[in-house]
Structure formats: C-alpha cells, structure tokens
Design a protein around this ligand. Structure first.
Ligand code: FES
Ligand code: FES
Length: 225
C-alpha cells in the first residue's frame, strides 16, 4: 500500500463507498422478501392446528397401575420413558432394529418402540426395573455382572429382558432357526442357539461372547421360567 497519506485516505473512502454500495444492494435484494413476509396473513383461528387429542390409558407396569392421558400416537417406549420416568428401557434405533427397547408384555418380549401404548391397556408390562433391583437381582442380571456381559451398558436392559423371555420360550419348546431337532424341546441351549435366539438384540460394544456366557450359565443353572 502507498505511504502517501492522501492516497491512503482516498483508498479508505473508496473502500467505505464500496461497502456502503454493497450493503445497499444486499438490502435491496432482501427488501422484497421482507415485504412479502410482512404481507403474509396469519392463519385464522379456525385454521390453527387442532390441539392433540388425548386418550386415557391405564398401564400395568411392574405390578403397579399407572393412569395416563396421552396422544394415541405415543409408543409404549415413550410412555415408559417420558411419561412414567422408567429410563431403564433404552431407545436405540426407534424402528425395531436394535432391541434396546425390549420389554416383556404378558411374559413375551417385544420391541416397545414398535407398539402404541394405548394398545396395552389390559396387559402386564415388565421393564428391567421390574425384572430385579439392586439387592434383589434376577439371576440373569447377576449373571451379566458375573460374566462381564456389557461394556457401556446401553443395550443391557434390553438384552436381559430379552434373555429372560428367551429362556421361557425355550422352556415352552419353541424352536429357533438353528434348532437341530424340534422333537426335543427343552434341551440345554448351545452358543449357536443362544446367538440365534438373541439376534434381535444388538450390542455396539461387541460384548456378545460374554452375553452368551451369561445366558448359558443361567440356562445351565435352571434359570428358565
Ligand atoms: S429402539 Fe426399539 S428396536 Fe431399537
Ligand atoms: S454394552 Fe455397549 S452396546 Fe452393548
């Protein structure tokens, strides 16, 4: 840049002039949009989005009745977590792919993200909080601790709920895709059977080997049912 003070002033003036001109141009291009926005007519009261309709539902969770007023679209998972504060049930994918949200409904495992709360008025719902509590752990919970069946623990409530119901299914004689002889229900579950039957529960930490060990241990000790 030149050392001449007169030239410096001239440069500053021309830069300021340029910026003012550019600002005016930008303002010009924005003005019509602003004018258009100002012209938007607010929706009439009659056109306002209707308030969500609420439904009364009573959920039987872990042996206690909970009366709720909820929108019909609320999933069982959100009802448990957001309305009842039972945060043990986890939301992983919210689309039936990970099993983190597994709970028991009338003793059967389901993905609570795939079902609506209002569909379970008369059902017996068990979450991980109802499976066992510190000091009164379910054998499956104790086995997961003993076998180090978790790392971050996010999938663990779903894994445990799923495993408890899975052993009940095996006890009933339900076959899986890898059952060698469906005429022999109740046989002790091998690792392949456990992996197949637990395939709906994903573990991003990859703690599968220890999860299988924990479940096999409970099965061996007669922890089914
Ligand atoms: S959160 Fe329900 S299956 Fe993943
Ligand atoms: S222990 Fe982390 S996802 Fe399973």
């Amino acid at each position: 840049m030149s050392d001449d003070p007169n030239k410096k002033n001239a440069l500053r003036l021309s830069r300021r002039h340029f910026l003012q001109s550019a600002g005016a141009m930008v303002g010009t291009s924005v003005l019509p949009a602003q004018a258009g926005a100002a012209a938007v007519v607010p929706p009439a009261v009659g056109n306002a989005a209707p308030a969500p309709s609420l439904e009364r539902v009573t959920l039987q969770v872990n042996g206690a009745a909970h009366a709720l007023m909820i929108e019909p679209r609320v999933t069982l998972l959100d009802a448990l977590r957001e309305h009842l504060g039972l945060m043990g049930t986890k939301k992983g994918c919210d689309r039936g792919q990970c099993g983190a949200c597994t709970v028991l409904v009338n003793g059967r495992r389901i993905n609570s993200c795939l079902t609506l709360a209002i569909m379970h008025e008369a059902d017996r719902i068990t979450t991980i909080e109802g499976i066992g509590q510190p000091g009164h752990l379910h054998p499956m919970q104790a086995a997961f601790i003993e076998h180090d069946g978790f790392q971050c623990g996010y999938c663990t409530p779903g894994q445990i709920c799923s495993a408890v119901a899975m052993l009940d299914e095996a006890k009933r004689g339900d076959a899986s895709a890898v059952t060698a002889d469906v005429r022999k229900p109740g046989a002790a579950l091998g690792a392949d059977e456990i992996r197949e039957r637990m395939s709906g529960n994903l573990c991003r930490c990859g703690a599968y080997a220890n999860i299988v060990s924990a479940i096999a241990d409970v099965d061996r000790k007669g922890g089914r049912g």
